[in-house]
Design a protein around this ligand. Structure first.
Ligand SMILES: *Cc1c(COP(=O)(O)O)cnc(C)c1O
Length: 230
């Protein structure tokens, strides 16, 4: 059943790629498994998906221990500094870095572990008060400050568009994020790559693909609705 969902999502991705004149292999589908049981993840794994993501460190850690080690775990949720120590060795990319203090903690913990962290800067593209993320205006400066940390490598930007039923409303934020990443890339800052754009969720991933996403984070369309009360 979940494998049918994956096939439907895959068809939507391919159609968006065709519309945008992009190759399917430029985009990684990340299955957002937060709140979902291991059995669901195993079913989705059976379709060949290896990229999964969680928004809570504790949940990522528990699922990491149980599931096969070839899975690639992405941390996409707001990260508290005291939880960073659980990430080295367990996650391939942290999408949600929005402050120098957090990046410093990541660099410190990864150094202790003898590892290096790939991160994205989370941008609050619409300036929503309720959202985490650095403002577009402050993103380049934050990138410059983080770039000098020894055990952290910036790979690109991430955003969550404001909630809407109409994916067209997300387009401007995706366009702006893409433009911001191009502008920062042109500065050629040492240790800052802008090769990844993490944008697009169940409601708007096709628009995100059309606007240049390289990583899309899809939960509901694969796993069904989430129940936070269990
Ligand atoms: C939950 C979540 C998603 C997935 O949302 P869906 O609408 O279920 O696809 C994507 N990104 C982040 C940061 C999330 O927290």
């Amino acid at each position: 059943m979940l494998s049918e969902h994956v096939m439907q999502v895959e068809e939507r991705i391919q159609k968006a790629c065709e519309r945008a004149g992009r190759s399917r292999d430029e985009i990684t589908l990340i299955a957002v498994s937060k709140t979902k049981p291991v059995s669901d993840i195993e079913e989705v794994m059976s379709t060949g998906i290896v990229d999964f993501s969680e928004n809570k460190v504790q949940e990522l850690k528990e699922k990491y221990e149980i599931l096969p080690k070839n899975l690639r775990w992405h941390m996409i949720g707001h990260l508290q500094r005291n939880k960073v120590k659980y990430l080295p060795g367990r996650t391939v990319l942290i999408h949600s870095v929005d402050s120098l203090r957090l990046a410093e903690e990541i660099s410190r913990e990864y150094a202790r572990y003898g590892a290096e962290a790939d991160i994205l800067l989370e941008v609050n593209a619409a300036g929503e008060i309720s959202k985490f993320g650095v403002s577009p205006e402050e993103t380049e400066e934050l990138a410059r400050q983080i770039a000098v940390l020894p055990n952290v490598h910036i790979k690109g930007l991430m955003t969550i568009a404001p909630y809407t039923d109409d994916p067209e409303e997300s387009r401007v934020y995706f366009k702006n994020l893409r433009q911001l990443s191009v502008d920062i890339a042109e500065k050629n800052i040492d240790n800052v790559s802008m090769s990844e754009l993490s944008m697009g969720m169940t409601g708007d991933f096709e628009t995100a693909i059309e606007e240049g996403a390289t990583l899309i984070r899809v939960g509901t369309a694969i796993f069904g609705e989430r129940n936070y009360n269990i």
